[in-house]
Design a protein around this ligand. Structure first.
Ligand code: HSE
Length: 327
């Protein structure tokens, strides 16, 4: 290990290697397109970051992606985030990245965001935490831009910070952590089809009627107020997306049946997770969340699609260190 590779930093005890877990996230949360997301306990990606004596950022291994993700650091979401982070702290420290995908790609669960967040948090930890967690957000967003061409933060911010995160502004970046009821559970159904965020964003409406915009922003305000006041009825009344869901749901076979099943089984609300195809519901207890999930899964089976089901409390912490191996 050569500390001269980190010219602008104080000398400190460098760790050789660190394993980071970054969770899946539900972006948009119905009415908060590109503005609101929350973090799940599982699934998530594990990324191992190691200091290297040879300069540069290298992706040494990727598992769980069926060979779909690039090993070239400048083309890889995690690699891009770490390169930008190192540039910003003026470090030429060599970094090796091993990515273990533990959630499906193109699922609407924030898969690329999880890898970016885990990688940049791991690099920051190994270099003695020159930046705060929140300061790492712009680097993780760059990874997201690389993955799908759009620098949205409603997956990366909750994966990084945990809980419900509102992106109040992108320029300048202003993210706000929203208190939420502890009993809240999320059900996420992942149908076995793949939708690329980049493609789904191309078919979105570009112009919105004022009367639709009013409904949408009133629902977002209602959802935030409902979360903060633990007012389940208000959360339920607000969990509606009248702008994007009607178009995007056409790409998800059985969406209407799945949503109807979730609502009949007692969900507070149900909509598309991120750009889909996953569908999420919010529920007031674990038991209801499981029943809602079973009903959603059964509805999807009726249209001939297999799926994975996740039932999770809201993850209030976001990214976490799994293991650290000291030099
Ligand atoms: N807000 C983004 C979108 C999330 O809906 O396109 C993508 O996961």
């Amino acid at each position: 290990m050569n500390e001269n590779h980190i010219p602008k930093m104080e000398s400190h005890n460098l760790n050789q290697s660190i394993t980071i877990f970054a969770p899946a996230t539900v972006a948009n949360v119905a009415c908060g397109f590109d503005s609101l997301g929350f973090s799940l306990n599982e699934p998530g990606d594990e990324v191992i970051i190691s200091l290297s004596d040879s300069p540069g950022v290298k992706i040494t291994k990727i598992t769980g992606d069926d060979g779909k993700l690039p090993l070239d650091a400048e083309s890889n979401t995690a690699g891009v985030s770490v390169l930008a982070f190192l540039k910003s702290i003026k470090s030429d420290q060599g970094i090796d990245i091993e990515i273990h995908k533990q959630m499906p790609l193109g699922s609407g669960l924030g898969s690329s965001a999880a890898s970016s967040v885990a990688a940049v948090v791991g690099a920051n930890e190994l270099l003695g935490k020159p930046l705060s967690k929140k300061d790492l957000l712009p680097f993780a967003i760059l990874g997201e831009k690389k993955a799908c061409g759009s620098a949205h933060a409603d997956n990366v911010a909750p994966a990084l910070l945990g809980g419900f995160i509102l992106i109040r502004s992108y320029n300048p970046l202003d993210v706000v952590s929203i208190p939420f009821p502890e009993q809240l559970y999320a059900t996420v159904l992942h149908p076995h089809i793949e939708l690329r965020t980049e493609d789904v964003r191309k078919i979105m409406r570009r112009e919105i009627k004022l009367q639709d915009a009013i409904v949408q922003w009133s629902n977002l305000a209602g959802l935030i107020a409902g979360l903060m006041k633990s007012d389940y009825s208000l959360i339920s009344r607000s969990l509606n997306d009248i702008i994007f869901e009607p178009v995007r749901s056409l790409l998800i076979p059985g969406f209407d049946e799945v949503k109807q099943a979730a609502m009949q089984a007692g969900a507070l609300g149900c909509s598309i997770s991120g750009s889909g195809p996953s569908v999420f519901a919010l529920c007031t207890t674990r038991t209801t969340a499981q029943e809602v999930g079973d009903a959603m899964q059964q509805a999807l089976t009726h249209v001939g699609l297999q799926s994975d089901l996740y039932v999770s409390p809201i993850n209030g912490d976001g990214v976490s260190v799994v293991k650290q191996i000291n030099s």
